[in-house]
Design a protein around this ligand. Structure first.
Ligand code: ATP
Length: 323
């Protein structure tokens, strides 16, 4: 490997810049030429590619978003689209690619690898923590902390007015943001896509608490929970428990932004460094992850296909601690 390119793709996440900085500086340290591709696969297609030096990544470790920008690119789903995009790497003799993104971005990278033989390394850049083969994804910790901070604030006002807030956090297919932020804010219950939502249980628990005058302020719902998100949950509670002053708060894109936490900067730096080491060691088609504080290299196919099982223990703990 002599010349590598890097891109950020799919939903952005805080810490992508820190990862980018690590990849670029490590690549340069080992004598590689490093190219940045703007707007993910769109920039590869449109030849929006530039050579990076050490200063291209100065003063970005603390910044949210991604200086390379991110985009979704329809054309890349077709073989002709990918051939057109690859031609722009080929003409620069780029012989290695690092993709920071989520499952869709990894699928695109795998196809590029299969069709043109270019080695690809994935870095898990997603707030959802929905990839297999790593204990952390870049951006998850920041997103959870943002959600916790927001829910704490909602709780203050909920408490002042004796209201019940149904708070929706991000996670269309994965409930980790809901689970972690819900536990950390002492939520009454947490509704996630991975567990079936039994509304009868939720209603029973709320009425039991109402009877003994225990105030309940917060229910955390992942946007992709089986019930259809916070508005749907609130509708049922309002109908069945009209006594409760029930409100909805959808946190939304605030969870994607902001300066990455120390933890996200550390894992981004570590993973970025190891992405280059992996390429130089001849690895390809793997996602760099961290499991039990050790680096791990999971085939991209497995990283996107296998699902982490959410430990049901957590949901039991939530219930007990909210009693
Ligand atoms: P997130 O999970 O945060 O949304 P992601 O990486 O999964 O991130 P996607 O929008 O699914 O985001 O994918 C990003 C881009 O990767 C797509 O716009 C497309 O260019 C490419 N891509 C996704 N799936 C495929 C596929 N099956 N074949 C080829 N390219 C793909």
């Amino acid at each position: 490997v002599n010349k590598i390119a890097i891109l950020t793709s799919g939903g952005d996440s805080p810490g992508m810049n820190a990862a980018l900085r690590a990849v670029v500086r490590t690549g340069l340290y080992f004598g590689l030429e490093v190219y940045g591709i703007m707007r993910g696969y769109s920039g590869m297609m449109e030849d929006d590619i530039f050579q990076m030096d050490s200063r291209s990544v100065a003063n970005i470790i603390q910044r949210g978003g991604t200086i390379l920008k991110s985009a979704r690119c329809k054309e890349f789903y077709t073989a002709e689209g990918r051939a057109k995009a690859y031609a722009n790497l080929k003409k620069r003799d780029i012989d290695g690619l690092v993709v920071i993104g989520g499952d869709g971005s990894f699928t695109g990278a795998m196809k590029l690898q299969a069709e043109f033989g270019i080695p690809v390394i994935g870095l898990p850049g997603t707030i959802d923590k929905d990839l297999y083969g790593t204990d952390f994804t870049i951006g998850f910790d920041t997103a959870v902390n943002t959600a916790v901070e927001a829910i704490d604030k909602i709780r203050d006002t909920a408490d002042a007015h004796d209201r019940l807030f149904i708070v929706e956090v991000m996670g269309r297919h994965a409930g980790y943001i809901a689970l972690h932020s819900g536990i950390a804010t002492g939520a009454e219950t947490i509704l996630i896509p991975e567990a079936s939502t039994n509304m009868d249980d939720v209603i029973a628990s709320l009425s039991e608490k109402e009877k003994r005058k225990k105030l309940v302020n917060i229910i955390v719902v992942a946007e992709g929970d089986a019930f259809g998100g916070a508005n749907e949950v609130a509708k049922v509670i309002k109908e069945r428990l009209p006594k409760f002053d029930t409100k909805v708060s959808i946190l939304g894109h605030i969870q994607r932004g902001g300066s990455p936490t120390c933890s996200d900067r550390l894992i981004a730096s570590r993973m970025g460094y190891h992405a280059i080491e992996a390429l130089l060691a001849g690895k390809s088609n793997v996602m760099v992850g961290i499991i039990n504080n050790e680096m791990s290299y999971t085939p991209l196919e497995i990283a996107i296909r296998e699902k982490d099982i959410i430990d049901e223990d957590w949901l039991r703990i939530v219930k007990i601690l909210a009693s």
